[in-house]
Design a protein around this ligand. Structure first.
Ligand SMILES: Nc1nc2c(ncn2[C@@H]2O[C@H](COP(=O)(O)OP(=O)(O)O)[C@@H](O)[C@H]2O)c(=O)[nH]1
Ligand SMILES: [Mg+2]
Length: 344
């Protein structure tokens, strides 16, 4: 792999990863192409960037007249504390879960291929919410071509299987492998959950390929009402070698559905930050959400795009500070902190 990537290129690459939609992603790719050092060692990467620019440009242009080669844009703009993709084989209960958890009217059916479009919906948890995106199934013989694109903005995935289906082991392997081919790794590495640290860290791998994404994945073993044997999940994990954290659920009986919000909150290390204006009480019902490791400046950017540039200092209430302590832009935030931003 190429050495000596310039700071300008690395910056563009980071912005690409942080981009929120296709337009932004395309602009970042163009910037990556512009700033990448042009030499033999970067030829592969240059070709990769060019083909992504081509693909995204076509996607954004919509279907060509008389051709159905490329469809409309299928990505969902993230909202709430995190965007969670629902993945799985046909008929495992993805749409049922979505409807039950978000109150959406996701189409549910006893036959496969009922879901054709990404369907967003919000799962409330305490005073925040997670965006769950219902998606079409992935099977041995079919995966929508736009699915890979739609997953670029996801923060995590729920891999939903029907635990009463003897083939669910194969489904897990098929889906993991099909996505892996498309540079999407279903990862067992949740920042907020314990895991086996003897393996190669994802970040180390990420340095090798800027286009590979890692989705922390929760295995949802659904339809436990049809198959209440808890051993089956262990067997499935042993047979497939996957080490995803697991939640055994039933949409029919409601079993374990109420735990999902807290698993996501903890697993993704969501941090709620409440803001206040000087001399006023804090707004306690509408937190801004960031992830563990975020700073005061990150929150300032969420409050207003231009605020960050005009930032002077903040006062903070919460962990590690005395009430109203003056802090700088790099001050790290913890869940339930309150900040008062002061501008130039
Ligand atoms: N017994 C039982 N049936 C379920 C459960 N979840 C979903 N189903 C049924 O499984 C079928 C497929 O569900 P659907 O949500 O459309 O699956 P999808 O293809 O993964 O979106 C429907 O008939 C649902 O009513 C469950 O937990 N238990
Ligand atoms: Mg469905």
């Amino acid at each position: 792999m190429p050495a000596n990537l310039s700071p300008a290129y690395k910056k563009a690459e980071k912005e690409f990863r942080d981009a929120r939609d296709e337009q932004e992603r395309l602009a970042c790719l163009k910037e990556m192409l512009r700033t990448i050092p042009k030499h033999k060692g970067t030829e592969h990467l240059q070709a990769d960037i060019k083909s992504r620019i081509k693909q995204l440009t076509e996607d954004l242009a919509g279907p060509k007249k008389g051709a159905s080669r490329s469809g409309p844009v299928h990505s969902v703009r993230p909202e709430g504390a995190a965007q969670i993709a629902l993945l799985g084989p046909p008929n495992s209960g993805k749409s049922s879960l979505h409807a039950e958890l978000t109150g959406s009217r996701a189409t549910v059916g006893p036959y496969p291929l009922t879901t054709h479009e990404p369907m967003p919906g919000m799962l409330p948890f305490e005073d925040v919410s997670f965006q769950l995106v219902d998606l079409p199934p992935i099977s041995e013989d079919h995966m929508e071509s736009w699915l890979v694109n739609a997953l670029q903005s996801a923060d995590a995935a729920l891999l939903v299987v029907d635990i009463s289906d003897p083939n669910c082991t194969d489904h897990v392997v098929t889906i993991r492998d099909r996505l892996d081919e498309k540079k999407i790794t279903l990862s067992d590495n949740w920042p907020g959950l314990k895991r086996d640290t003897s393996k190669l860290r994802d970040d180390d791998q990420q340095a090798l390929d800027p286009f590979r994404i890692y989705l922390p994945t929760l295995l949802v073993a659904n339809k436990t009402d049809l198959n209440p044997n808890p051993e089956d999940v262990t067997v499935l994990k042993e047979l497939t070698g996957v080490n995803f954290p697991t939640l055994a659920t039933s949409v029919k009986t409601g079993d374990n559905l109420q735990s999902l919000g807290s698993v996501l909150f903890k697993g993704l290390q969501i941090v709620r930050v409440y803001t206040k204006a000087p001399g006023k009480p804090p707004v306690m019902n509408r937190p801004f959400t960031v992830r563990s490791g975020a700073t005061v400046l990150d929150v300032a950017r969420l409050v207003h795009k231009d605020i960050a540039g005009a930032f002077k200092y903040a006062r903070a209430w919460g962990s590690g500070v005395f009430d109203g302590q003056q802090v700088g832009p790099e001050h790290l935030l913890a869940d339930a902190d309150i900040v008062e931003l002061h501008m130039r």
